[in-house]
Design a protein around this ligand. Structure first.
Ligand code: 5AD
Ligand code: SF4
Length: 398
């Protein structure tokens, strides 16, 4: 390649370690061909200490910049090609939204559309507000135009992205909110699903819950819990307690009993006692999520939780993580089993990697369904009858 650009994540230490090791590999590329342009972008490089480290210790890296400077990529490449300068750019607090950047989409039938950038919440464990800056929403007309064009081009599943899509539009003039956006998008003609990723419980308004029943909005809601213990939620600066969280869950289930519910959970937050952890398991049992994305707490330099007392030893974090996974697997297995005999609508993704005759697809709630077919239905909605299941997937027939 003439140019190698490593896009990085900073959410947990593991992601940063992997990024640094990948960047390290490219030293040889530069040695073999000094004209190769090498850059680093994304959240890891938006942190001052990482940017400095890349500049000082990775001499073959020509530039590094955060997500808010993506529109300046041509300038950085030009600087590298003309050997004029190495650029190490930290984003400003409130970067502008650059509309109209060219997009290459790998998949024709699923797409991700950012509706807002940044985060104002400062959960005490989280690096995002520091690397992404404050909340900025795109104008509704720009989003609606992009979604309409995607639907017209045959896209069937569109995920609206933001760190907290529930606060969409708050800083725009015009009184826009996420419920308005969902209603407007639902007016677009066509057969497609809209997913949201991700929602903060403190902002999950009744208006949003009502808007989930709009025509194109998928029957799925991802509501990050983080912890089942109210005192821990307080230390996480989450601005809700367990009663409030469960109230939202009950409302969602009442409105649509067949809704798929998923969540994010952090185990081993500083000060998490056995009792706090048991409370998390209790919520999991009570809600019966379809799936849980669980993470071991990873201290992020610059966040309040990094220097909190009572850090939990690694073995205890690991043990709690395993117990949680085991419980959730049991629930997922049970929920999947209950699907046997039912007919579900799926969006077909294509042939399975390991078997030419088997196709993979996903339900509206993002459950994977494998099935056999002689004809290629990739990118289309079809109905499958579920014939068997396991913990992680369903198996169906046309
Ligand atoms: N350690 C572990 N998990 C984290 N997350 C965010 N920050 C951390 C951290 N420091 C998790 C949260 C969030 C998801 C995207 O990543 O659960 O919802
Ligand atoms: Fe991080 Fe999400 Fe909290 Fe924002 S709302 S600080 S992105 S966990």
């Amino acid at each position: 390649a003439d140019a190698i650009i490593v896009n990085t994540c900073a959410i947990r230490e593991h992601a940063e370690k992997r990024a640094l090791s990948i960047i390290g590999r490219y030293k040889h590329n530069k040695a073999r061909n000094p004209d190769t342009v090498i850059g680093v972008c994304g959240c890891m490089s938006a942190q001052e200490h990482r940017s400095e480290h890349l500049k000082r210790s990775y001499h073959y890296v020509d530039f590094a910049f955060g997500t808010g400077s993506l529109h300046r990529l041509p300038e950085f490449i030009y600087g590298a090609l003309t050997k004029a300068k190495r650029s190490f750019v930290l984003d400003t607090e409130r970067p502008q939204i650059a509309e109209g950047l060219p997009v290459v989409r790998e998949c024709a039938h699923r797409a991700w559309v950012s509706i807002m950038y940044g985060c104002n919440n400062f959960c005490t464990y989280c690096i995002v507000p520091y690397v992404r800056g404050r909340e900025r929403s795109r104008m509704p007309e720009d989003i609606i135009k992009e979604v309409r064009e995607l639907v017209e081009s045959g896209c069937k599943d569109i995920t609206l992205l933001g760190q907290n899509v529930n606060s969409y539009g708050k800083e725009l003039d015009g009184g826009y909110d996420i419920a308005y956006l969902l209603r407007e998008i639902s007016k677009i003609e066509g057969d497609f699903w809209i997913h949201l990723m991700t929602s903060h419980p403190k902002d999950a308004s009744d208006a949003l819950i009502e808007a989930l029943s709009c025509k194109s909005v998928a029957n799925h809601f991802h509501l990050p819990l983080q912890s089942g213990s109210s005192p821990i939620l307080k230390r996480m600066n989450r601005h809700y307690d367990i009663d409030r969280y469960l109230e939202i869950i009950d409302k969602l289930k009442r409105q649509n009993p067949s809704i798929t519910l998923t969540t994010d959970i952090i185990v081993g937050f500083p000060g998490e006692s056995d009792e706090d952890f048991e409370k998390t398991l209790e919520v999991i049992r009570r809600v019966e999520y379809d799936s849980v994305y669980s993470f071991v707490f990873s201290p992020r330099k610059g966040t309040p939780a990094y220097s909190m007392e009572d850090q939990i030893p690694e073995e205890i974090k690991k043990e709690r993580f395993e117990r949680l996974t085991e419980l959730q697997n049991e629930i997922s297995r049970k929920k999947n089993e209950a699907m046997v005999g039912k007919t579900v609508r799926v969006l077909v993704d294509g042939k399975s990697k390991n078997n030419d005759k088997i196709y993979t697809s996903r339900t509206e709630g993002n459950k994977i369904v494998h099935f056999e077919a002689d004809k290629d239905y990739t990118g289309q909605f079809i109905n499958l009858k579920i014939i068997r299941t396991d913990t992680f997937a369903l198996y169906g027939e046309i």
